[in-house]
Design a protein. Structure first.
Length: 259
């Protein structure tokens, strides 16, 4: 079974971009971020004992999809012909996909996260990211809130104001999904956030304060008001900045467009 068939069987689509959750015009940085976010959800280390085999299979398929789209020649072939070179270097080599993943995404520290949050919120970069997400998802606040870095439920009023101001100034179009969003949808989002907060608190209690390696427990213990799980935040932060987060490298906003 070829890679495209494997993707359809495992993820319901033979489209490599859809499997990684990125648009066809995505930059290399966006593809890397999409791969990290998707792979975290199925990483074998996170799976229950009875589900590890299936998680490993899906994890390997994601690694192959990323290997194709991160290789300029392989991606061009896929874009032009809708096929992949199964014998090419990207897929032909016998790779340890877990080790490959670890080399791509090295751990960041708690201080990195805290420092980044302080500098990112209400910055020009956040402003650009919010407007890009709004256009990307055509005003769908569920997807916008899940996409913007560091955003939790308590940030929603502030983010809505950023979008409303951009609409009023003509910087972004007025999407019905945003301006006519129902109260029922808003309340459903709030309930999901509250449920995630309760689950995060339960996880914290089960894990205790943990150690320096337990980023999730440490962050949750310092920020009990966080309304969403930390996994996507960590994935986005590591994928967006990689090792530059440790080194204080320059931060650039990835350009986004419609999927």
């Amino acid at each position: 079974m070829g890679l495209l068939e494997q993707c359809e069987a495992a993820f319901g689509s033979p489209d490599l971009y859809r499997v990684l959750g990125v648009r066809r015009e995505a930059s290399a940085q966006e593809i890397r971020r999409g791969y990290h976010r998707a792979s975290l959800r199925v990483h074998p280390d996170r799976a229950e004992p009875g589900a590890k085999e299936e998680a490993t299979r899906r994890f390997q398929i994601l690694g192959k999809a990323y290997a194709v789209l991160s290789d300029a020649e392989q991606r061009a072939l896929y874009d032009e012909q809708g096929t992949v070179d199964e014998q090419g270097e990207a897929l032909g080599a016998q790779r340890d996909w877990r080790e490959y993943w670890r080399l791509l995404f090295q751990k960041i520290t708690v201080k990195d996260i805290e420092d980044f949050e302080k500098s990112y919120k209400e910055s020009e970069e956040e402003l650009a990211d919010v407007k890009a997400a709004y256009v990307d998802f055509e005003g769908d606040m569920d997807r916008i809130m899940a996409s913007v870095l560091c955003a939790d439920y308590t940030d929603e009023p502030r983010i809505r104001k950023i979008i409303e101001k951009a609409i009023d100034s003509g910087e972004v179009p007025s999407y019905k999904a945003f301006v006519k969003e129902s109260k029922q949808k808003m309340m459903a989002r709030k309930r999901r956030a509250e449920k995630e907060a309760r689950e995060a608190e339960k996880t914290k209690e089960e894990l205790g304060l943990g150690g320096e390696d337990d980023l999730k427990a440490l962050i949750q213990s310092k920020n009990k008001d966080r309304k969403k799980e930390m996994d996507d935040f960590l994935a986005q932060l590591e994928a967006k900045y990689g090792n530059n987060a440790k080194k204080g490298g320059n931060k650039t906003t990835a350009k986004k467009g419609k999927k």
